[in-house]
Design a protein around this ligand. Structure first.
Ligand code: ZN
Length: 224
């Protein structure tokens, strides 16, 4: 159940709402801050369409599963079907670029990781992917030189550049499409830089990508 729909260049989009394919540990600094090894190839996971909500609306986090972390990430909206594609095909299939939060129930994730169980409950729950409106690719000068910032109650917590991705967007899409066909309306989250941290009810957040996207939102407890 989601009332989410895509917005591109301030227009509502008819592209369907699909899955969200995410990459873990795509910035070395972030892998290190969580004491994870820097991976030799992308770590992939999926959030279902039911995880999508609009970032511009307030963010409702669950309270019964422990700490919920923010992870600000560059997001790519897919406009054309990609199966085992190359980087050139990936480039022409990008419909838009946005910024998302990969909400993560960090304590639950740690417990699952300790037991070598999948992460889904910690990252794919309802509302786990607040997503901004997208801007089309021609309005973004260079995908790999976008500053990603997150301010929490005015404090700058995340401030890094997409230049630091271990696997840049186009090779990432090509890699993903070897495992999962990307369909029009799917979204790819490209990993979070360092500086992740816990959210609390009443937090105000300001998340930006380059000079094209800036979103203000705030945090409430789900169900209140
Ligand atoms: Zn993430």
């Amino acid at each position: 159940m989601t009332n989410y729909s895509h917005t591109l260049d301030a227009q509502p989009q008819t592209l369907p709402v699909g899955k969200v394919v995410c990459v873990g540990r795509n910035y070395a600094e972030h892998a290190r801050e969580l004491n994870n090894p820097v991976p030799s190839e992308p770590v992939l996971f999926i959030k279902p369409s039911t995880a999508l909500v609009k970032l511009e609306q307030r963010i409702a986090i669950p309270s019964q599963f422990g700490v919920c972390h923010f992870e600000a990430e560059m997001a790519v909206l897919i406009g054309e079907r990609l199966t085992t594609c190359n980087e050139q095909q990936a480039a022409t299939a990008i419909a838009g670029v946005g910024v998302a939060l990969d909400l993560t129930l960090r304590e639950l994730q740690s417990t699952l990781k300790e037991k070598s169980l999948p992460w889904e409950k910690a990252k794919a729950f309802d509302g786990a992917c607040p997503m901004s409106a997208f801007v089309s690719l021609q309005n973004i000068e260079d995908l790999q030189s976008q500053q990603i910032k997150l301010r929490q109650n005015g404090e700058l917590q995340q401030n890094s550049n997409s230049a630091d991705m271990l696997t840049p967007v186009l090779p990432l899409l090509a890699y993903i499409s070897q495992f999962f066909t990307l369909s029009p309306g799917d979204i790819v989250l490209t990993g979070t830089p360092a500086g992740v941290g816990p959210l609390a009810a009443g937090d105000s957040l300001e998340i930006s990508l380059g000079d094209q996207i800036k979103v203000k939102t705030n945090v409430v407890i789900k169900g209140f």
